[in-house]
Design a protein. Structure first.
Length: 338
C-alpha cells in the first residue's frame, strides 16, 4: 500500500496498536502525526520514531478542541485508537471512560468536516457482541449485547458515526477489532494471550477462570493492516460500513490458549475455576472484510506464542504484573472509583 500522498493523524499514536501502525504508515510513505496524552507514561513507545522527517508528535487531550484541531491540521485521514481500552480500566475510572471514549470521540467526529478530513476510521471492539451463542458466528448485523461500560461507550460512538457519515463529507468506517495480541513498543501483558504466555514462561502458576468461553484474537500488525486497507479502499466500499477485524480460524477458548502454550512449556501449573465476573462468550464472522476488501490476517496465535515465551525466558520482560508500563492498570493523578 502506497501512502505517499497521505497525511494520517493517529489519535492514540503512542499506544499498543498506535506505535506499530505509525511505523507501518511511515514505511508506506505517509506523513504521520501522533496525538497522545501519554496517560500511562508511555512516551518510550515512540522514542525510536521521533527523529523521522515525516513524523510529528503532539502531546495533548483528544477532548480539547484546539489541541485536536492543531494535530489534525493538514490531515487527510484520522484514525481514532485512543480510549480507555478494556473493561477493567473503564470500571476503575467510569467518569473518565465516558468523557474520553464517548463524549470526546463524538465531538471529534463532529469537527472532521470543518477540518477538511477525508477519511475517518473508528476502532471499536468485538466485545460489543458480549454474549452470543458460540455455535453460530456473530456478524456485523448481529444483535449487540454489551456486558461492560467499555462496550457501551463504543456502541454509542458507532451509532453516532454511522448516522453522521450519511450526511458528512468525510468517509467514516467502523472496525470492530478482535482481542489484540502481539509484540509492541508499548507492550501490554494484561491481554489474554500475552498474559498467559508471560505467567507460564516466568514460572508462575496460572489461574484461569471460565476456561471454555470463546473469543476471537487478532495480531496488532493485522489490526494495523486492516486500518490501512480501509484507508486505501474505494470510499463507496467503506463509507458508513462496519467491519469485524480478525480471522475466523483465530478463535479460541482460554483452555485452548493454555494448551497451545503448554506445547512449548510442558509441565506448567494451571488451575481452572468457574465464576469469573466477565461473562463474555462469542465467536465472530470475518467474511465481510475478506470478501468486500480482500483482507486476510498474516499472523496467528500459534506462531506468536513461542516468540513471546522465548522473550520472557530471555529476561526481556521483567515482572510485569500491575506495572503500568505493561498494561492499562492505573492512570496517574486520577482518582479511581472506590
Amino acid at each position: 500500500m502506497n501512502f505517499s500522498d497521505r497525511n494520517v493523524l493517529i489519535v492514540g499514536g503512542a499506544g499498543y496498536v498506535g506505535s506499530v501502525l505509525a511505523s507501518l504508515l511511515l514505511n508506506a510513505g505517509a506523513k504521520v502525526t501522533l496525538l497522545d496524552q501519554l496517560l500511562y507514561d508511555n512516551g518510550f513507545a515512540i522514542q525510536h520514531l521521533l527523529d523521522h522527517e515525516r513524523l510529528r508528535f503532539v502531546r495533548g487531550d483528544l477532548r480539547d478542541e484546539a489541541t485536536f484541531a492543531q494535530a489534525a491540521k493538514g490531515a487527510t485521514d484520522v484514525v481514532l485508537l485512543a480510549s480507555l481500552v478494556g473493561d477493567p480500566i473503564c470500571k476503575k475510572y467510569p467518569e473518565l471512560a465516558v468523557s474520553v471514549n464517548q463524549d470526546g470521540a463524538i465531538r471529534m467526529i463532529e469537527s472532521l468536516d470543518k477540518l477538511g478530513v477525508k477519511r475517518f476510521v473508528f476502532t471499536s471492539t468485538c466485545s460489543n457482541y458480549g454474549i452470543h451463542d458460540p455455535a453460530t458466528l456473530a456478524d456485523e448485523g448481529s444483535e449487540l449485547n454489551p456486558q461492560s461500560l467499555y462496550a457501551r461507550t463504543k456502541i454509542d460512538v458507532e451509532q453516532h458515526l454511522l448516522k453522521s457519515t450519511k450526511q458528512a463529507e468525510f468517509c467514516g468506517t467502523v472496525l470492530r477489532i478482535a482481542t489484540a495480541y502481539g509484540l509492541s513498543p508499548r507492550m501490554r501483558f494484561d491481554l489474554t494471550v500475552s498474559q498467559f504466555g508471560w505467567e507460564l514462561a516466568s514460572g508462575a502458576p496460572l489461574l484461569v477462570y471460565d476456561a471454555d468461553t470463546w473469543r476471537p484474537y487478532c495480531h496488532i500488525r493485522d489490526i494495523s493492516k486492516a486500518i490501512m486497507t480501509v484507508l486505501t479502499a474505494p470510499s463507496e466500499r467503506v463509507r458508513g460500513e462496519v467491519f469485524n477485524v480478525g480471522d475466523t480460524s483465530q478463535q479460541f477458548t482460554k483452555r485452548m490458549i493454555v494448551e497451545e502454550i503448554q506445547k512449548h512449556l510442558p509441565g506448567t501449573q494451571v488451575e481452572y475455576r468457574a465464576g469469573d465476573t466477565d461473562p463474555r462468550n462469542y465467536r465472530v464472522s470475518f467474511e465481510k472484510i475478506a470478501q468486500r476488501l480482500g483482507f486476510k490476517c498474516d499472523h496467528s496465535v500459534q506462531t506468536y506464542l513461542p516468540r513471546v515465551v522465548e522473550a520472557v525466558q530471555a529476561g526481556i520482560f521483567p515482572d510485569v504484573r500491575n506495572n503500568s508500563r505493561f498494561g492499562n492498570y492505573q492512570i496517574s493523578g486520577v482518582a479511581a472509583k472506590a
